[in-house]
Design a protein around this ligand. Structure first.
Ligand code: GAL
Length: 442
C-alpha cells in the first residue's frame, strides 16, 4: 500500500458522521439538474433560467430526472447587497424583475425545482453578498422565496475564521495532530451554521457544499450536507488546466483515491458537467458523463441548451448510466480495480486509473477509459473484476451506450475504443441474473 493510499484509508475510517437524512428522499441520491456557471458565468437573468427550464422539459431532460434549475453566482444586488432595515439579501432587480420568488413560481409551475447560490464567507467568489454571519436570515429568505437547493461556496473567508491546521487535498496530508477531527474545524463550523439554519425552515432545501475538497471535507461532509465538492473547478478540456480550473482527467485522477466517501445521502461532487462544451470531443464528453455517473456525482448540466446538438442531448439522456447513478439499492460509487497504463495507486493528472467497476440492481458494471492519445483495445478480464470472482467464467456483456447486449463471453471481453472514449458495460450471468448481488464497492 502506498503512503497515499494508507493515508486515504485512515481518512475513510474517520468518516463516521451520521448522514444528513432529509424528508422525501431529498439528497439520498445524487442531484440531477442544470446550473448557469459553466456557460453563462455572471451573465445571467431571469430569462436565462426560464428558457432553460422550458428546454429541460422539451428535451426530455425533466422526464429523465433532471429537476434542479440552479442559479449560480452573480444573482445579487452587488452594490446594495442587503436591505438596510431588515438585512435581507437583495436580488439584482434589473436581472430578476420579479425577484427570485417570481422565478421560483415559474420554475415550479413546470414541475422543476429552483436552486440558488451563496457563500460561507463575507462575499461570493465574484464579490456579491456572502452569508457568513447571516445564515439565519438567508436560510429563511431562501425558504420564503421557494428555493429547493443551495450551492454554498467557500470564497472570502475572513482571517478569524481560518482553520487552525492546513490540509493538503492533493495528498491527504496535514499538520494537524494525529486523530484530529476536521468536523471541529472552522471550515466545518461555517458549513454547520448554514446546515442548522436550513434545517429550521419549513421547506426541504438540498445542501450542496462547494468546498473544493478543503479541510478534509470527505470526513465530515456526510453529516453536514448532501454533497460536497472534492476538487477545484472543472474546465471544458480533457486533461488541460486553466489557472485554478481543471480538465476531466485530473479530476478523475483525484476521484480514484477518494471515491469511497460516497454513499446514499452523501456524495462527493466532482463538479458540474461540461458535456458538449469547450475543447471536449464527442468521445471525451461521453467519458466525462459516464465517469461522473459511475462516481455517483451530482449530475448538474452546464451545457447551454438553446441550440444543443442532439448527440450531446443523447449523452445526457443515457438511460442506463442515469439508472446506475440513481440506483435505489446500491449507493456506493464505482471504484478503480486496476490502473492500466500506470501501476496501481499511481497519481497521474493526465493518465488516471482506466479500469473501474461498480454494482447496480442490474448487474456488475465495468467502465474502461481509453486515456491514450490514440485508439486502443481495452480488455475486461473477468478474473480481475472483484464482483465477478467466484461467479463463473461466462457472462453476458451489455453495452450501456447502445442499450444492447454485445454477446456472451468467456474469460474476457475486448473493446476497441476511439481516442479518450469509455466503454460502459453491464455484466450478468448467462441466464441474465446478477452475478453477485451482495458485492458492493464499500
Ligand atoms: C467557484 C465555484 C464555481 C462557481 C464560482 C462562482 O468557487 O467552485 O463552481 O460557483 O465559484 O463564482
Amino acid at each position: 500500500m502506498s503512503a497515499l493510499t494508507s493515508l486515504l484509508s485512515l481518512a475513510v475510517v474517520a468518516h463516521t458522521a451520521e448522514a444528513l437524512v432529509s424528508p422525501d428522499g431529498v439528497g439520498k441520491l445524487p442531484a440531477l439538474g442544470w446550473n448557469s456557471w459553466n456557460e453563462f458565468h455572471c451573465d445571467i437573468n431571469a430569462t436565462v433560467f426560464e428558457t432553460i427550464a422550458q428546454r429541460m422539459v422539451d428535451l426530455g431532460l425533466q422526464d429523465a430526472g433532471y429537476v434542479y434549475v440552479n442559479i449560480d453566482d452573480c444573482w445579487g444586488d452587488k452594490n446594495q447587497r442587503r436591505d438596510s432595515a431588515t438585512n435581507e439579501i437583495l436580488p439584482n432587480s434589473t436581472r430578476f424583475p420579479d425577484g427570485i420568488s417570481g422565478l421560483a413560481d415559474k420554475v415550479h409551475s413546470l414541475g422543476l425545482k429552483l436552486g440558488i447560490y451563496s457563500d460561507a464567507g463575507t462575499s461570493t467568489c465574484a464579490g456579491y453578498a456572502g452569508s457568513l454571519g447571516y445564515e439565519a436570515i438567508d436560510a429563511a429568505t431562501f425558504a420564503n422565496w421557494g428555493i429547493d437547493y443551495l450551492k454554498y461556496d467557500n470564497c472570502n473567508v475572513p482571517a478569524n475564521w481560518s482553520d487552525e491546521y492546513a490540509y493538503n487535498k492533493d495528498n491527504g496530508t496535514s499538520n494537524a495532530p494525529p486523530g484530529y477531527n476536521w468536523d471541529t474545524s472552522n471550515s466545518a463550523k461555517r458549513y454547520h451554521a448554514m446546515r442548522d439554519e436550513l434545517l429550521k425552515q419549513n421547506r426541504t432545501i438540498q445542501f450542496s457544499m462547494c468546498i473544493w475538497g478543503e479541510a478534509a471535507v470527505q470526513t465530515w461532509g456526510n453529516g453536514t450536507g448532501h454533497s460536497w465538492r472534492m476538487y477545484g473547478d472543472i474546465y471544458p478540456s480533457w486533461s488541460g488546466q486553466n489557472g485554478g480550473t481543471w480538465g476531466v482527467t485530473p479530476i478523475l485522477n483525484h476521484a480514484s483515491f477518494y471515491w469511497n466517501s460516497t454513499d446514499f445521502w452523501g456524495h462527493n461532487d466532482w463538479d458540474m458537467l461540461e458535456v458538449g462544451i469547450g475543447d471536449l470531443t464527442f468521445e471525451e464528453s461521453r467519458s466525462h458523463f459516464a465517469m461522473w455517473a459511475a462516481l455517483k456525482s451530482p449530475l448538474i448540466i452546464g451545457t447551454p441548451l438553446a441550440d444543443v446538438a442532439d448527440d450531446i442531448v443523447q449523452i445526457l439522456l443515457n438511460r442506463e448510466l442515469l439508472a446506475f447513478n440513481q440506483d435505489p439499492a446500491y449507493g456506493a460509487s464505482a471504484m478503480p480495480y486496476k490502473w492500466g497504463r500506470n501501476p496501481d495507486g499511481t497519481s497521474d493528472l493526465k493518465y488516471p486509473a482506466q479500469f473501474w467497476t461498480g454494482s447496480s440492481t442490474e448487474g456488475i458494471h465495468v467502465f474502461m477509459v481509453n486515456t491514450a492519445d490514440e485508439e486502443a483495445t481495452l480488455t475486461a478480464d473477468f478474473a480481475e473484476i472483484p464482483g465477478l470472482k467466484g461467479a463463473g467464467d461466462e457472462f453476458i456483456v451489455h453495452d450501456m451506450w447502445t442499450g444492447k447486449d454485445i454477446g456472451n463471453f468467456t474469460d474476457r471481453v475486448d473493446v476497441s475504443l476511439k481516442v479518450h472514449d469509455t466503454a460502459a458495460l453491464r455484466i450478468t450471468l448467462p441466464d441474465g441474473s446478477h452475478p453477485n448481488p451482495t458485492w458492493t464497492t464499500r
